[in-house]
Design a protein around this ligand. Structure first.
Ligand code: HEM
Length: 233
């Protein structure tokens, strides 16, 4: 059973994610786009949509204008998430190590400080987003089970991640070997990390990855389709 989860589940996760995303993108591409709209005053004919869409995706300026406190919590949350994903890439692949060391940076120190700080800040922002959904009547009315499920799943991932970072001593080297073996399909005599906390974190992450194509978390993909339409008008 352990082997089935440790070796089989990551591949099942990737297959479901790729097929699910392919299906969603196909349905977005096939959705009929409105024809030419008559607008007054007429927008400039050759207005490029690239920069407005990138700006909206990176800085959420519309949300900034509409709801400042929600913007603060959600922008910092997403920025920390990006930092944490980059940090995980570095920890598991050693990517950027040589470049950072070349710049005279103590990579392990920087990773521990930045990773630890990002882990705490994202936890605070995630809790703010959760309490906002619970405490404000108007937000609670438009919140459904899937909103809570996604937030609680992400929060559980963050808590178990922080626990590994600040709590029990964790052997990253075994994790690196485990991932290298998964990537190279070397299953014979595979080394599996022994920490229950690591498996809880990793299985929750895989649940999240499987859930993404079927949930609202996919707004990170849909934004490129909806924003193109919004910016056109
Ligand atoms: C393949 C997927 C992932 C694996 C194998 C993994 C594994 C780990 C490990 C081993 C640590 C401890 C690092 C250390 O102590 O140096 C950690 C920390 C952490 N993880 Fe993950 N993780 C994954 C994905 C995620 C995702 C998607 C999130 C966020 C939603 C996340 C959030 C965190 C946080 C907040 C920490 C603590 C801060 C930090 O060390 O960056 N992890 N993770």
């Amino acid at each position: 059973m352990d082997q089935l989860i440790a070796i089989g589940l990551p591949y099942v996760t990737i297959i479901i994610f790729v097929v699910g995303m392919g299906y969603r993108f196909r349905s977005w591409i096939k959705t009929p786009q409105p024809g030419k709209m008559t607008l007054f005053p007429a927008p400039p004919a050759d207005k490029s949509l690239l920069w407005p869409v990138i700006k909206e995706s990176l800085f959420f300026p519309k949300l900034f204008k509409a709801d400042r406190s929600l913007w603060i919590a959600s922008w910092i949350f997403h920025a920390m998430l990006a930092l944490i994903i980059l940090g995980h890439l570095r920890v598991f692949t050693g990517l950027f190590d040589r470049m950072l060391a070349g710049m005279g940076v103590n990579v392990e120190n920087m990773s521990a400080t930045a990773g630890g700080a990002a882990g705490i800040v994202i936890l605070v922002c995630g809790l703010m987003l959760l309490f906002r959904r619970m405490l404000y009547k108007r937000v609670r009315e438009i919140t459904n089970f899937s909103d809570f499920f996604a937030l609680l799943l992400v929060l559980a991932i963050i808590v178990t991640g922080d626990w590994m970072r600040f709590g029990e001593h964790f052997d990253l080297e075994i994790t690196r070997t485990y991932f290298a073996q998964l990537f190279t399909f070397s299953f014979v005599g595979m080394t599996l990390p022994a920490s229950g906390l690591f498996w809880t974190h990793f299985i929750l992450v895989q649940l999240l990855i499987i859930y993404i194509p079927f949930s609202k978390i996919l707004h990170f993909g849909g934004i490129f389709f909806t924003q193109t339409l919004i910016q056109k008008s």
